[in-house]
Structure formats: structure tokens, C-alpha cells
Design a protein around this ligand. Structure first.
Ligand code: KIV
Length: 263
């Protein structure tokens, strides 16, 4: 299993980091058998699992429940738990309580979005022994302020602000930073200006690692095909085919046979 120190080491040694989302025990067990480095219990679970239209629906209770499930299923992966909407904006004490609950649930680190206005929270978490992963660029918890799911940092000022956010997160003690939907050249510039690794999603190839939502990379979400996504299998079509076969065999009597029956 990776440790928090391995993230920086990967960057120094020019070895990429891979991370996928994971929300439940059965997926965690499957992912434990893969070579992926890190599991993210992302607040995207509000959309993927709970059907919300944004990540704003995620609560600390939901994040803890799913982190516990992932931790029960995984024995050898580094687990990062997402701090949900507003959980780190109400002051240091509520933020410490939420992060503490995620760590007790089995996370090895927490992730939170942005930095301006909660610098003190980040430094208190780090100072309390909780590794913090930053997240900049498209920060889905601010989707209404950002005016939708769009590439960030295209304008000069916005790009400069992202560079400053990354540097501040490093200064505050974050061990890595997710960069979501930023132009590749900007992602490269930020990556080169940091000692800690960047993990990109829609941030091009010149970063220190990549993260994708598991259900997206498996092709389970038919309606979701953004430019940055590569579908490594057609999961929805495969599930449909398998369930239709079960249905047809049930109705034709081909299932169950003696092999699937008790004598
Ligand atoms: O919640 C999530 O799944 C994320 C990733 C997209 C990075 O934050």
C-alpha cells in the first residue's frame, strides 16, 4: 500500500500515480486486485450512486458510510475521503469533526476543494495529522458559482489564480493536488512549479497522475461522455446483455438447470 510519502517520491522519480473513485465494498474488493494506486471515496457518489444532479447532495454522514464500506472491502489501497459541500467552510471545529469521522471510517487522507477562505482549516487538518489532498480547477461543489461544468483557467487572471491556489495548498502542507478540467499547458505549468504531485482529470498528460470516476471509465454512464473521458469498457451494454440473457433464460426455462439446483 502507498503511504503519504510515496506520493512525493513518485513525482521525484517520475512515476505516475493512478486513482479511481470507489464507493462500496464489492468494488473495493475488485479494485484491491488491480494495480491502481489509490481509491477516492469522492463526493461524486452523490450523483453516481444517489442520483443527485450535482455533488451538493453529499453529506458527512453519506461520506462516512461509503468510506466505511470501502475500507471494509479494501485491504491494500490508499483511501482518500472527500470532505463534502460546506463541511470545511463553517470553521475549524466542524471541519476537524468531519475529517476525523472520515479518518475513523478508514480513510488515510481527506480531499477538499479550493483554498481561499479556508487556509486555516487546511493547516489545522495537516497539523492534526490528517493528510490533505487539494482540489483546484473545476471544483464541482462551486458549480453554481462557476456557471456550469466548464474548463477553468482559460483567462490570464483565472490561470494566475489557479497557480497561486496550488502554491498556497503546497505551502499549507497538502501532499498532492487534484486538478480538474484545466488547459493542459496550465496544468503543466502548475505541475512544474510544485514539489508535491498533481493528479489530473481533464488536465492533459503533463501532470503527475490521473484520476477517473470508476463508473465512467467502465462505461456505466451512457449519457456521460466528456472530451477528457476514455471508456475502458462498455459496461452499460455488457450489463444490459447479461441481464437480458438471464431474463430470457428464466422465461424459456433454460435457467436454472440441474447444475444450479439442489438434489
Ligand atoms: O468526487 C470525485 O469523484 C472527485 C474526482 C472527480 C476527482 O473529486
Amino acid at each position: 500500500m502507498m503511504s503519504v510519502f510515496d506520493f512525493k517520491k513518485r513525482k521525484t522519480e517520475n512515476n505516475k500515480i493512478s486513482m479511481v473513485t470507489c464507493y462500496d465494498a464489492v468494488s473495493a474488493k475488485m479494485l484491491d486486485r488491480t494495480s491502481v494506486d489509490c481509491l477516492l471515496v469522492g463526493d461524486s457518489l452523490a450523483m453516481v450512486i444517489h442520483g443527485h444532479s450535482s455533488t451538493l447532495g453529499a453529506t458527512p454522514e453519506m461520506m462516512v458510510l461509503h468510506t466505511e464500506a470501502v475500507a471494509r472491502g479494501s485491504k491494500n489501497k490508499y483511501i482518500v475521503g472527500d470532505m463534502p459541500f460546506l463541511s470545511y467552510r463553517k470553521g475549524v471545529v466542524p471541519a476537524l469533526e468531519c475529517a476525523g469521522a472520515l479518518m475513523k471510517a478508514g480513510a488515510h487522507a481527506v480531499k477538499l476543494e479550493g483554498v481561499w477562505g479556508h487556509e486555516e482549516v487546511v493547516s489545522q487538518l495537516v497539523g492534526s495529522g490528517i493528510p490533505v489532498m487539494g482540489h483546484i480547477g473545476l471544483t464541482p461543489q462551486s458549480i453554481h458559482a462557476l456557471g456550469g461544468f466548464k474548463v477553468q483557467g482559460r483567462e490570464r487572471d483565472a490561470a494566475e489564480d489557479l497557480v497561486q491556489q496550488a502554491l498556497k495548498l503546497e505551502e499549507l502542507g497538502c501532499f498532492s493536488i487534484v486538478m480538474e478540467c484545466v488547459p493542459s499547458t496550465l496544468a503543466e505549468r502548475i505541475t512544474q512549479s510544485l514539489k508535491i504531485p498533481t493528479i489530473g482529470i481533464g488536465a492533459g498528460a503533463a501532470v503527475d497522475g490521473q484520476v477517473l470516476v470508476l463508473h465512467d471509465l467502465l462505461g456505466f454512464n451512457l449519457e456521460f461522455s466528456p472530451k477528457f473521458l476514455k471508456k475502458y469498457m462498455q459496461g452499460a451494454a455488457q450489463v444490459e446483455e447479461a441481464v437480458n440473457r438471464f431474463d430470457q433464460e428464466t422465461k424459456s426455462g433454460a435457467f436454472p438447470t440441474a447444475k444450479e439446483s439442489y438434489a
